[in-house]
Design a protein around this ligand. Structure first.
Ligand SMILES: Cc1cc2nc3c(=O)[nH]c(=O)nc-3n(C[C@H](O)[C@H](O)[C@H](O)COP(=O)(O)O)c2cc1C
Length: 340
């Protein structure tokens, strides 16, 4: 770039609306562990104040959550005719810096039908924790999901019905072990339904007491209010996907979050309900078990249940922190003010 040429940046409204949509991304316990800084480019940082140490000691899921927000952001800008140029883990003394997002000068092509549909799916996507029916046209959907994740460095695999008994058994054992872990339980309660703050997993998104145990492959939350239409527990027939990566670096985590977002949005677009499931990736032993169930030998990052929803209707969206808390404008260094 010519040194006198100014970097191309979208106007404030475009940035704000894209970041607001990006913040609709899923995150561990709705912790929303991201921070955005707008300067000559947009930068995405993880927010270590929002780390869940008893659940996610190394911040793996914190970075995955930020990766999901990054993928949401890409769709949000593209639907607005801005093409973001994403640099992942740029060289920096700040370990929390995950991505620098520059822009290609407009005009960029009119959004394709796919881009528009993915952006539209952002507002409709929810995490669905009730039992799901088997997804229809699954082979077709799976082919699309494999296509979407190809070349991202993240492997997607359908673990199939054969894996269900082992997964459900491991999930039950993990839940039992965690009953005896007061630090984990305290953290879970802290992020469950406080209602006062725009984060955490609210009551309406958590299965009721009577339905809590009808999905055997799930993280146990304090009981909430979500229930199937007749209140009766039904059997979970969701397909079970595994995202894994060949190594376990921060870049793998970021990429896993991006792939997770892409998969969830594509499923939402097809009218399918989804639920990321990660408690089995939080201990070395269960992670090894997931690895053994998989046909590859990658590092398991996230499981995803995908199926047909219960017909309860769309649950109301979970809350998000206000934009003013997560997006800040960079103040130029004093020495740079004279050139403005
Ligand atoms: C890295 C990650 C891990 C998650 N793990 C679980 C999980 O184990 N169980 C679950 O029910 N939801 C899980 N979720 C979903 C979040 O709880 C959910 O995204 C958050 O509460 C916001 O709600 P929403 O997805 O409906 O917008 C996870 C999401 C992410 C990104």
């Amino acid at each position: 770039m010519n040194t006198r040429e100014l970097p191309v940046v979208p106007d404030r409204r475009t940035v704000e609306s894209a970041v607001a949509l990006a913040c609709r991304a899923p995150s561990l316990h709705n912790s929303q562990p991201w921070r955005w800084v707008m300067g000559t480019s947009l930068r995405l940082y993880s927010d270590p104040d929002r780390l869940l140490p008893a659940t996610d000691a190394f911040g793996r899921q914190m970075v995955i959550s930020c990766g999901a927000a990054l993928n949401h952001l890409e769709h949000a800008f593209a639907a607005n005719r801005w093409r973001p140029v994403i640099e992942r883990l740029p060289r920096s003394s700040d370990r929390q810096l995950l991505s620098t997002i520059g822009f290609v000068a407009p005009p960029t092509p009119t959004p394709t039908d796919f881009v528009a549909r993915m952006a539209a799916a952002i507002e409709r996507r929810r995490t669905e924790r009730l039992p799901l029916d088997a997804p229809s046209a699954w082979r077709d959907t799976l082919e699309e999901l494999v296509r979407i994740t190809a070349g991202t460095g993240v492997e997607l695999e359908d673990l199939g019905e054969r894996s269900r008994p082992a997964l459900e058994g491991a999930s039950r054992r993990m839940t039992g072990l965690r009953h005896d872990n007061p630090t984990y339980q305290a953290e879970l309660r802290w992020w469950s339904g406080r209602g006062l703050f725009p984060d955490g997993v609210p009551e309406q998104a958590r299965p009721s007491d009577s339905q809590q145990h009808s999905v055997h492959l799930s993280r146990e939350f304090p009981p909430g209010r979500a229930s199937t239409p007749d209140g009766s527990p039904s059997e979970d027939r969701a397909a079970i996907l595994l995202l894994s990566t060949s190594t376990d670096s921060r870049l793998d985590w970021l990429r896993s979050g991006e792939a997770l977002s892409a998969v969830l949005l594509a499923c939402t677009d097809r009218g399918l309900a989804t639920c990321p499931v990660t408690h089995l990736t939080e201990r070395a032993a269960t992670r090894t078990m997931l690895r053994e169930l998989s046909s590859g030998d990658g590092m398991p990052q996230v499981l995803i249940r995908v199926g047909a929803g219960t017909g309860v209707g769309e649950p109301s969206p979970t809350p998000r922190r206000p934009l003013s808390e997560v997006l800040v404008r960079e103040r130029p260094a004093p020495g740079n003010l004279s050139g403005e």
